[in-house]
Design a protein around this ligand. Structure first.
Ligand SMILES: C[S@@+](CC[C@H](N)C(=O)[O-])C[C@H]1O[C@@H](n2cnc3c(N)ncnc32)[C@H](O)[C@@H]1O
Ligand SMILES: Nc1nc2[nH]cc(C(=O)O)c2c(=O)[nH]1
Ligand code: SF4
Ligand SMILES: [Mg+2]
Length: 209
């Protein structure tokens, strides 16, 4: 990347934009709500089951001015979801300040592995064993969404639930490729431990982005 661009990306005034799309939030608390998704490239957390590995290499996604991203996004929806990749690899203050000026609701999908920056109406924290969330994001998360791939993830889920604030809503979401095996285990677990709720990737059943 050219040095001038790198400086702007480092400040969060430009972001490596992978894709953006208007769809229905498929997961978690806001499931079923129309929202405009902005997917920012770059992630080094390395989940082997990640469903957007194409996002990982930030260099493959063009640095884009956040003002342009916001001007476009506001045409589609009052609710904006910033996801990735791992959006917190970048300074989220410039883009979220602009979105807030437009009076939009701003949600983030994050592993929480990097410093929490930006202004958020809703934080979905999906922690990963390889790179744990920061203290700050545990305190501010509105929902905790633990992906269940195998039995150890139930232990991990409880360990993560012990770290979040008392208002945080707790979800278990099956890892997509393991859904047939894991869904009955999650159902059983949630009935025995009703502080948890089930989250499914409903957009994949609806065949929408
Ligand atoms: C692709 S990630 C991007 C945001 C951020 N890096 C994170 O992991 O939260 C968006 C959401 O999809 C979840 N996810 C990714 N791959 C998945 C899979 N194969 N099955 C179920 N959920 C998955 C993540 O845990 C996260 O909640
Ligand atoms: N419809 C839809 N809902 C989603 N919720 C979280 C997603 C993500 O990849 O962050 C996602 C996504 O990719 N599509
Ligand atoms: S943290 Fe998110 S984007 Fe990164 S590898 Fe894991 S699921 Fe994929
Ligand atoms: Mg997704």
């Amino acid at each position: 990347m050219k040095n001038e661009l790198k400086i702007l990306v480092d400040k969060g005034e430009m972001l490596p934009l992978m894709e953006e799309f208007y769809t229905i939030q498929g997961e978690g608390y806001h499931k079923g709500t129309a929202a405009y998704f902005i997917r920012i490239g770059g992630c080094d957390v390395g989940c082997h089951w990640c469903d957007v590995k194409e996002s990982w290499n930030a260099n493959l996604h063009p640095p884009t001015e956040v003002s342009k991203i916001v001007e476009n996004a506001k045409k589609y929806s009052d609710t904006i979801v910033i996801t990735g990749g791992e959006p917190l690899m970048w300074d989220m203050m410039p883009i979220t300040s602009l979105l807030k000026k437009e009076g939009l609701q701003i949600h983030i999908e994050t592993s929480g592995a990097y410093k929490l920056t930006g202004i958020w109406d809703w934080i979905c924290l999906s922690p990963k064993k390889m790179k744990l969330p920061t203290k700050d994001v545990y305190l501010k998360a509105n929902e905790l969404k633990v992906i269940v791939y195998n039995k150890d993830d139930f232990r991990f889920a409880e360990e993560q639930a012990a770290q979040v604030n008392n208002n945080c809503i707790l979800y278990m979401q099956p890892e997509w490729s393991k859904r047939d095996k894991v869904i009955p285990e999650i159902v059983d677990y949630v009935m025995k431990n009703p502080k948890w709720k089930v989250s499914l990737q409903t957009h994949k059943y609806l065949n929408i982005p």
